[in-house]
Write a protein that binds this ligand. Structure first.
Ligand code: HEC
Length: 498
């Protein structure tokens, strides 16, 4: 209370106190009001006193501007950096300052975690400003968009869906759509059929759980298998309501889900009562294996524990058997399907069409969304290392971004774009997009195109933005690029116009 700044008091109280300054009664009244007011204010103030925005406004705004648009010196909103556009260099600039230019060293005044938080906060503020002023394509149905390499038309394929989370194409031209509620819907000759497939698994549609993924087997034309991943509910030994990601396969016959087999179901004692971070994507590598992801289920420390299924990428044979050459098959008590670990919430998986390598995207906390190149047995670091910070502005665990024995992301997005489904473009309708990685963003409402050379991202383009949360992207068998969107709930495709 000692440091409580008088200027934050309502001016009427200050004026009252000043005008009756010499009256002892008024002093007592003032003290009571002050106690009452500060008590209230601190109860209402959710942010701690040293929240990053407070620190910025106290220490930085005089020179860099209240909104980072510039004050006594340059602001940050132009996103050009004399020290170099790199989180570590910006942190260094804050830590050591620049005496020649008049930038003060904040190394002592701010903790390392606060400096990292400041970098995230600066990045977030720039992003918000760009979103407001940026000149992004915001297409509507039928509209032509001129992107960097191709002109395309934005074409509505299906509406009338409720929270579509995944789509798949069957060789006979039908499309399947997984809705969060558990409904598996069919689009036939461009029409969304009214009735969902009957008899698909019961899903726990709560929070981020539901029917998450639908993928036909690569040999669907001959074997008819369709794979589904979903949040499977149950009750554990204590009788608590719990859930975990599970995978089944089955066939569709006369509008019914039949021949169901369990491909992956974790032991019930690993199920959790949380309703977030399920993952989940399934990809086939075409060599007899399927990969899938499970998020940390909101128990971040579990991601480092290889005896548990959550916070991992898994690999199985297509019938659910565990491959004998999986990295932890011989490790005592390890979960044998684990392929890699230290993942937070991976909602994007794709196999590179040329190299066959497995690429993954995962949601970071506040900042630190990642694009990773997955290799067997490796530790991707969550929650020990991460480029994001906690939602309350505090560091995650030790606040490290790198550590021996833990993998770095190929790139990270800070601030978060809320990265979701990904796919490499393999069609021939957009020749200049061949093997580019398309990346969806939920919160950022954007479709990104990444040009990848070897293991590096050479270029990024925001293809369009602000037309809804983008959940998934996929190649159609017709060579068009399909996009699943939430709010509005629809599937659109991009068709070239040249
Ligand atoms: C007394 C004025 C002053 C204050 C206070 C101040 N800065 Fe600076 N800052 C400067 C000047 C001047 C520069 C150099 C501008 C240039 O590079 O031309 C600078 C540079 C920087 C840079 C590098 C910019 C670039 O383009 O590379 C960063 C980052 C930065 N400041 C962050 C902060 C943060 C964060 C705070 C608060 C914790 C802060 N500054 C407080 C004056 C100030």
């Amino acid at each position: 209370m000692k440091s409580f700044p008088v200027r934050r008091l309502p001016s009427c109280i200050v004026h009252l106190a000043i005008s009756l300054e010499r009256s002892a009664v008024a002093c007592a009244l003032f003290a009571i009001l002050l106690v009452g007011f500060t008590h209230n204010a601190s109860a209402q103030r959710k942010q701690p006193e040293r929240s990053i925005p407070n620190l910025y406004s106290n220490f930085c705004s005089a020179c860099h501007g209240i909104n980072m648009g510039g004050g006594q010196t340059e602001g940050f909103l132009d996103d050009t950096w004399n020290v170099g556009n790199d989180d570590a260099k910006i942190a260094e600039a804050i830590r050591v300052g620049n005496t020649n230019k008049g930038m003060i060293a904040f190394g002592g005044a701010l903790s390392e975690a606060e400096i990292r938080g400041m970098v995230v906060y600066i990045r977030e503020t720039i992003q918000k400003a760009k979103n407001q002023t940026g000149n992004f394509a915001k297409p509507v149905d039928g509209e032509v968009v001129a992107s960097q390499d191709h002109k395309f038309r934005f074409k509505m394929v299906a509406s009338g869906l409720t929270m579509p989370w995944s789509m798949a194409f069957l060789p006979d031209g039908r499309m399947l759509v997984a809705e969060r509620s558990g409904s598996l819907r069919v689009i036939e000759q461009g029409k969304l059929l009214t009735n969902a497939i009957v008899g698909t698994p019961q899903v726990r549609a709560q929070g981020q759980g539901g029917l998450m993924e639908v993928v036909p087997h690569p040999g669907f034309a001959t074997n008819g298998w369709i794979y589904l991943s979903f949040s499977d509910g149950g009750s554990n030994a204590m009788g608590a309501d719990v859930s975990m990601t599970a995978i089944v396969r089955g066939r569709i016959r006369d509008g019914k889900w039949v021949d169901e087999q369990t491909i992956f179901r974790a032991p019930i004692d690993t199920y959790l009562s949380t309703s977030h971070h399920f993952g989940n994507r399934i990809v086939f590598d075409g060599l007899g294996y399927l990969f899938f992801s499970i998020g940390d289920r909101g128990q971040m420390e579990n991601a480092q524990d290889i005896t548990l299924p959550n916070g991992k990428i898994h690999r199985l044979h297509e019938d659910g058997r565990i491959p004998v050459d999986n990295p932890f098959v011989k490790t005592n008590r390890a979960f044998a399907s684990i392929w890699s670990f230290g993942q937070r919430n991976p909602q994007g998986l794709a196999i590179h069409p040329v190299t066959g390598e497995l690429w993954e995207t995962e949601h970071g906390p506040r900042g630190g969304d990642e694009l990773n190149l997955i290799r067997p047995g490796l530790n991707f670091g969550w929650p020990v290392i991460c480029y994001g910070i906690n939602y309350n502005g505090l560091p995650i665990t030790e606040g490290l971004t790198a550590k021996e024995g833990m993998e770095q992301p190929v790139i990270h997005w800070t601030p978060s774009i809320a990265v979701c489904g990904i796919d490499f473009y393999t069609g021939s309708r957009f020749p200049k997009w061949k093997t580019n990685l398309f990346v969806t963003g939920l919160a950022s409402q954007e479709l990104r195109r990444l040009v990848i050379e070897g293991h590096a991202v050479k270029h990024q383009e925001i293809v369009f933005k602000n037309v809804g949360r983008i959940r998934d992207v996929a190649n159609g068998p017709d060579g068009y690029l399909y996009v699943v969107m939430n709010g509005p709930d629809q599937i659109v495709r991009l068709e070239p116009t040249e």
